[in-house]
Design a protein around this ligand. Structure first.
Ligand SMILES: Nc1ncnc2c1ncn2[C@@H]1O[C@H](COP(=O)(O)OP(=O)(O)OP(=O)(O)O)[C@@H](O)[C@H]1O
Length: 303
């Protein structure tokens, strides 16, 4: 079952949709994004992305710097709006995503990306949300973990983790109980009264993870979440994410530029290059049937 569907998403930065037409026309002819920028002056974030992300899958977005990974993930919580295209999210999965666990994890690994499924009848067009609906969508459906943690420095660890619940106006007692639970889950139960700058990078990112999980939102967006950490801590957090995901069955969109990390954590991987989606598949599909040299080089660079 699809949880998130991107349909023909293009993003041309700093251009109205009319201004972007010249860039889109050149992209449609096959010109690469660097030449398009030279010719039109507009930066290409994404071009004609069609991507289905299944409920309960851990989906990696891979690609070199500037390939469009952050642009793509930021469309899912509408930190960025596209120049053109549609984004559909099945919010009926908000309450019952756990029940889909086994079936969807299975289908995530069995199906290849070439199968385009029909949209669920309960999917909503998130580009049509008004401000209030968008606020609700962000509070109830998507959470994000940032590369540089994004913790609020003057709040304690507990206050940071409970923040999303405070925004939902949950009582102090209830939100602290939930925050305590998640701090325990990520191995930080004794640090609730500490401040972020008293913690190591790895600990701060555990707080970031606990904060994202505390809201119980079904979609977790992770933008290079482990990239700032040293290799040992990074490996520990990858293991912890996989262990948590096994129980929580979130739909996770995980950006990385590290192929080893993508192969370790991703059930499927989408490869971006110059704003285009080159290939989506399981690590094995990408290894054995790379769509082009770019994908092949990534896969052969895997240690
Ligand atoms: N706010 C912006 N204004 C103009 N161009 C932008 C903006 N944000 C991104 N871009 C351009 O869009 C393209 C894709 O950028 P994006 O940050 O999505 O790539 P990325 O794969 O996440 O890169 P990195 O791994 O370095 O973070 C790049 O050419 C970038 O310069």
């Amino acid at each position: 079952m699809n949880h998130i569907q991107l349909k023909n998403i293009s993003k041309i930065y700093n251009a109205s949709s009319t201004q972007a037409q010249s860039a889109l026309a050149l992209l449609a002819e096959g010109m690469d994004s660097i030449k398009v920028k030279e010719q039109t002056g507009y930066s290409v974030g994404l071009y004609d992305i069609n991507l289905d992300i299944k409920a309960g899958e851990l989906h990696c977005i891979m690609g070199l710097s500037g390939s469009g990974k952050s642009t793509l993930i930021r469309h899912i919580n509408r930190l960025i709006d596209p120049t053109s295209g549609e984004i559909w999210v099945d919010t009926a999965l908000n309450r019952d995503h756990a029940t889909h666990k086994m079936a969807d994890r299975q289908s995530a690994t069995d199906n290849t990306s070439t199968v385009v499924e029909e949209r669920s009848a309960t999917a909503i067009n998130i580009l049509a949300l008004n401000d209030k609906q968008l606020q609700h969508y962000r509070q109830q459906t998507v959470s994000m973990v940032f590369q540089h943690f994004g913790l609020v420095p003057h709040m304690t660890v507990m206050q940071n983790v409970a923040y999303g619940l405070r925004v939902r106006k949950m009582s102090t007692k209830d939100r602290h109980e939930i925050a305590r639970y998640w701090l325990n889950e990520v191995g930080l139960s004794n640090l609730e009264n500490s401040y972020p700058d008293e913690l190591s990078g790895g600990m701060q990112q555990r707080v970031g993870l606990a904060r994202a999980l505390a809201t119980d939102n079904p979609i977790l967006l992770m933008d290079e979440a482990f990239s700032a950490l040293d290799p040992l801590i990074r490996a520990q957090l990858q293991d912890q994410l996989l262990e948590l995901q096994d129980r929580l069955n979130k739909t996770i969109v995980f950006i990385t530029h590290d192929i080893d990390e993508a192969v370790k954590v991703g059930q499927r991987i989408s490869m971006l290059n110059g704003g285009r989606l080159i290939q989506t598949g399981t690590p094995s599909e990408l290894r054995h049937n790379p769509a082009d040299d770019y994908v092949e080089q990534f896969m052969s660079a895997k240690s």
